[in-house]
Write a protein that binds this ligand. Structure first.
Ligand SMILES: Nc1ncnc2c1ncn2[C@@H]1O[C@H](COP(=O)(O)OP(=O)(O)OP(=O)(O)O)[C@@H](O)[C@H]1O
Length: 253
């Protein structure tokens, strides 16, 4: 299928990002972090805990402008950006459906969302309020809200953490199926190598803080062919290419 949304890659070239406390303590989170995500590609930023992954996403989302360097979003006519964080951040006084619709640009407010709710298993939940949802369901709503705007670029920050294994795996498959129906440029942060091998076209492996790129791992095997044997072969190749980084902490013993 033809990728949609973007005509140019997402280009990131962050020279440095340093946090400075009022007591004068400084922490350099990113240093010479440069990478690209190609048009219509699902890329994963993988790196150890605290290396600077969320900091990178916050910069790309414009939530943190105090850094040196530059980045370029994929070019397109409307340039919609969507993001899903670990915390679903739903409006508590709005229903599931209202939470999703409120994110839509005016021209799309009356879009038929039936297929999207169906594909995320949310058809029966449209009238519920966030307090009535488990964390797994709330994450699905956050994902629906992001996909509903048909973004040019989609950022995901560890959307499967703190879920039990079964719920997380089901959600990974749901994301795959919704994303595959409209493969927009996506960048997902995770510290779970197995998850990245399952979902992505390209893994961008980051160093410990200050984060910079250690290397790329491209996966050309179609997602639907990544059965347990293929996944285990991919994990072996990854381990061979990056010896020492496949620790249990990173999701693949
Ligand atoms: N507002 C802040 N002030 C000071 N230091 C910060 C701030 N935000 C992040 N840091 C530090 O910057 C570093 C990178 O943090 P960041 O949250 O980006 O890492 P991460 O790779 O996303 O971690 P994790 O995988 O644990 O979520 C960490 O050492 C963190 O303590």
């Amino acid at each position: 299928m033809q990728p949609v949304g973007a005509a140019a890659p997402l280009r990131v070239d962050i020279a440095e990002k340093t946090f400075r406390s009022s007591e004068g303590v400084s922490v350099t989170a990113l240093k010479n972090l440069a990478f690209e995500v190609r048009q219509g590609e699902f890329a994963c930023l993988v790196g150890p805990s605290g290396c600077g992954k969320t900091t990178t996403l916050r910069i790309l989302l414009g939530l943190d402008t105090d850094f040196s360097g530059s980045f370029q979003m994929p070019a397109s006519d409307d340039g919609r950006i969507a993001a899903v964080f670990q915390e679903p951040t739903l409006l508590p006084w709005r229903t599931v459906e209202q939470n999703v619709r409120l994110a839509l640009p005016k021209a799309m407010r009356h879009t038929d969302l039936t297929r999207l709710f169906d594909s995320l298993g949310l058809s029966q939940m449209r009238e519920l309020y966030p307090s009535e949802l488990s964390l797994g369901l709330a994450r699905r709503v956050a994902l629906a809200r992001a996909f509903a705007v048909e973004p040019t670029v989609l950022f995901l920050d560890e959307p499967f953490v703190s879920l039990d294994d079964q719920t997380a795996e089901r959600l990974r498959y749901l994301v795959l199926s919704v994303w595959s129906a409209r493969p927009t440029t996506a960048l997902m942060v995770t510290h779970n190598v197995r998850e990245a091998l399952m979902l992505s076209d390209r893994i961008i492996l980051l160093s410990a803080r200050p984060a910079h790129v250690l290397g790329y791992f491209d996966i050309r095997i179609p997602r639907e062919s990544r059965n347990p044997q293929v996944m285990s072969d991919l994990a072996r190749s990854f381990r061979q290419k990056f010896p020492g980084v496949m620790q249990a902490e990173m999701g693949y013993p």
